[in-house]
Design a protein around this ligand. Structure first.
Ligand SMILES: Cc1ncc(COP(=O)(O)O)c(C=O)c1O
Length: 355
């Protein structure tokens, strides 16, 4: 079955709130994204061209030349197992270790291409790494917000490389803390990093992301991607967004402050709902681990606030033991940032109704 995602506001409104629009906090997207200017009509009229300056803007922002634009990091998530399979870059039935829970599309796509998935907690990686062909890490993780230090990642990368294995880091939520990124000026062999324009820049709808990888892998991906994967208007907008240094610096600070406010607010209300509840997150979302998550999700929805129910925890035997304490089916909800004071008030009123 395809994994579910947040952001299905229209569907939720039909079910929970047919009379009024809901406040959608079900994604980890910056609610005050980069302010898009009007795209010139000519850009819609022409086919996208690869030498339009987007590459230079991306190379400067990500500080590397080894880069390929994709239609959302999701496109890279879909392409990577395909090219690993097609070019026989790994032995048959290779083992792909994935920190769990995490963005479910990774596992779905690798499984579709017949790779074996091993679910891991960070603390188990050292014991398992020798047996893995690929280690896939979302840093910082969605939904836990866990951020793994560069030293650990570098150590795992060299261990994998020794056995012709690969480290793949999904840095979709890294823009606020680029100092923790594993992107290198000359990307080392066997290391692949994914970045998204949807989260920090709040441009999820334009569908753009980037892959940073050794040249050979980028060429293979570009070949499978086809000629116009990223649309002309998207290329035009993203180039400008990546060059907007002032907005980028301002928003690192704004998001840091807003996320502290969200964490404090959720701690206040959910500790009253359930003193055992735990909260962890990243700048663009907070996840609450709590017993009656489904019930809380529905009650908030009926108050007009849509959040993300983390109802699909894996039921494999290793996961159910691994996540006994932190993550079980129906035990998590993830909440994104409100955009303004009116939305904050709506969220707080809905949370108040839970107590
Ligand atoms: C961790 C992570 N990686 C990648 C993606 C895909 O994002 P996009 O395709 O918009 O870049 C998501 C989407 O939610 C995500 O949570």
């Amino acid at each position: 079955m395809r994994p579910g995602h947040g952001g299905c506001r229209i569907q939720a409104e039909k079910k929970y709130s047919p009379a009024q629009s809901m406040l959608d906090l079900s994604t980890g997207i910056n609610p005050n994204g980069w302010p898009v200017p009007i795209v010139p009509a000519e850009i819609y009229n022409r086919l996208p061209e690869s030498d339009d300056g987007l590459m230079e803007a991306a190379q400067s922002y990500y500080q590397t030349k080894n880069i390929l634009p994709v239609s959302g990091s999701q496109e890279a998530i879909q392409l990577l197992p395909v090219i690993f399979h097609q070019y026989k870059m790994l032995p048959e039935k290779s083992r792909v270790g994935i920190i769990s829970p995490c963005y479910a599309e990774h596992e779905f796509q690798w499984k579709k291409n017949n790779f074996s998935i091993i679910h891991l907690l960070t603390e188990n990686i050292d014991d398992t790494i020798e047996s893995l062909n690929v280690l896939l890490i979302i840093n910082p993780n969605n939904p836990t917000g866990e951020l793994i230090a560069q030293e650990k990642l570098k150590k795992w990368h060299s261990q994998l490389k020794k056995n012709n294995g690969y480290l793949i880091i999904d840095e979709a939520f890294m823009d606020s803390t680029p100092e923790n990124s594993l992107i290198k000026k000359n990307q080392p062999d066997n290391l692949i990093v994914l970045r998204s324009i949807g989260k920090f820049f709040g441009l999820a709808g334009v569908r753009c992301g980037f892959v940073i990888a050794p040249t050979k892998i980028l060429s293979q991906m570009a070949y499978h991607q086809g000629p116009w994967s990223v649309s002309g208007p998207t290329r035009w907008l993203v180039k400008k967004a990546l060059m907007d240094k002032q907005w980028i610096e301002d928003n690192k600070l704004i998001l840091k402050n807003e996320s502290m406010r969200l964490k404090k607010c959720l701690k206040y209300y959910f500790s009253k709902v359930d003193p055992q509840s735990l909260i962890s997150g990243s700048v663009l979302f907070q996840t609450v681990y709590i017993n009656n998550a489904y019930d809380l999700f529905e009650r908030l929805a009926k108050e007009g606030v849509l959040i993300r129910l983390l109802d699909k925890a894996c039921s494999c035997s290793s996961c159910s033991t691994l996540h006994e304490t932190i993550y079980q089916p129906n035990k998590g909800i993830r909440i994104g940032l409100p955009a303004n004071e009116i939305q904050w008030q709506k969220l707080e009123a809905a949370l108040e109704s839970l107590i």
